[in-house]
Design a binder for this molecule. Structure first.
Ligand code: PMV
Length: 311
């Protein structure tokens, strides 16, 4: 086969990856835990052959150099035409690189007829973007070294993740530069990494027990500590917009009224609220009412990246 299509979902980390121990190999300083999100989906088709590399994302031609680097790492020397489509607004700065590189790794290996294990595909996707390693196994995934593994399937726990879009444009500092700068200049970075090493085993225990107040509060603390590390960088990295803080306050208010919902925030302005399915409508409505929030996507857990069998 010389043409294949794959589907992958973006993921949100509850214990974040923010710091590399190896810049070239994209290996993390500490382990992270994430859940794949059903509505944040990328579909990628790779066709091998042709005269030059072409990469098209949501209908627009892109620089194919990062795509080529991943193909080279997979041992694919043929030129490729890669057509990728996100089911969610890429321009809004949602983490599309995780689903994008996971779908690319799976589609490229399928197109080249290379049989690879999930672990090998995860390690390959990692070379495109660290968090992409977790989108290959999907579900609840832990990434500590070369590759990520699924520690619980998506069915383990029916939760909702309300993604509040708090800005329109792409973020100012990408995560690659942001985490390098935090590692090199933030006086809090070593403490942040130590904290993640304590948070991961605790988060896995709370996940196993399906303890929402426990895991929700841990995830919110972990995200705020990652941002504390970024804020302490020189120059400081402030990823938030006024709507980001307003969402945090709204969730605090809701908790005061007994609604179990906690926030996590990646290296950008958007807030992801974690809650039970029964509370999702109320959380969504409250976040939609926050000044500056453009939209709210309510997601459920999703599985791993998969090659799509043609009809
Ligand atoms: O995979 P990258 O290089 O885009 O880094 C992702 C970093 C965070 O989204 C902030 C945290 C995480 O663990 O996903």
């Amino acid at each position: 086969m010389t043409k294949a299509t794959a589907v992958a979902h973006a993921n949100i980390a509850l214990v974040k990856y923010w710091g590399k121990r190896d810049e070239k190999l994209l290996l993390p300083q500490a382990g992270s835990l994430s859940i794949a999100l059903d509505k944040l989906r990328t579909v990628t088709t790779v066709e091998l052959g042709g005269a030059k590399d072409v990469f098209e994302l949501d209908g627009a031609a892109q620089d194919p150099s990062r795509v080529r680097a991943l193909l080279d790492a997979a041992g694919i020397s043929e030129k490729a035409r890669v057509v990728s489509r996100n089911d969610f607004p890429t321009a809004a700065g949602l983490a599309s690189s995780a689903s994008g590189f996971a779908a690319l790794a799976v589609a490229a290996c399928a197109a080249a007829g290379l049989r690879r294990t999930t672990g090998e595909l995860s390690a390959l996707a990692r070379l495109g973007s660290g968090s992409a390693a977790r989108s290959v196994p999907g579900g609840w995934a832990v990434w500590e070294g070369e590759s990520a593994r699924q520690v619980q399937p998506p069915q383990h726990w029916d939760l909702r993740f309300c993604v509040a879009l708090c800005a329109a444009g792409p973020k100012l500092t990408g995560s690659r530069d942001g985490m390098r700068s935090s590692k090199e200049t933030s006086p809090f970075h070593a403490a942040w990494i130590e904290q993640c090493r304590r948070d991961l085993p605790e988060a896995l225990r709370l996940l196993e027990q399906r303890d929402l107040p426990g895991l929700g509060a841990l995830a919110e603390r972990n995200a705020l500590r990652m941002h504390a590390d970024a804020l302490a960088a020189d120059p400081p990295l402030l990823y938030w917009e006024p709507a980001t803080i307003a969402c945090l306050k709204e969730l605090q208010l809701l908790r005061g009224r007994g609604v179990q919902a906690w926030a996590t925030i990646d290296a950008g302005p958007h807030v992801v609220a974690i809650c039970a399915p029964a509370d999702a409508k109320q959380v969504e409505t409250r976040l939609r009412g926050v000044s500056g929030v453009k939209d709210v996507l309510v997601c459920a857990p999703a599985g791993g990246a998969q090659a799509v069998v043609p009809f």
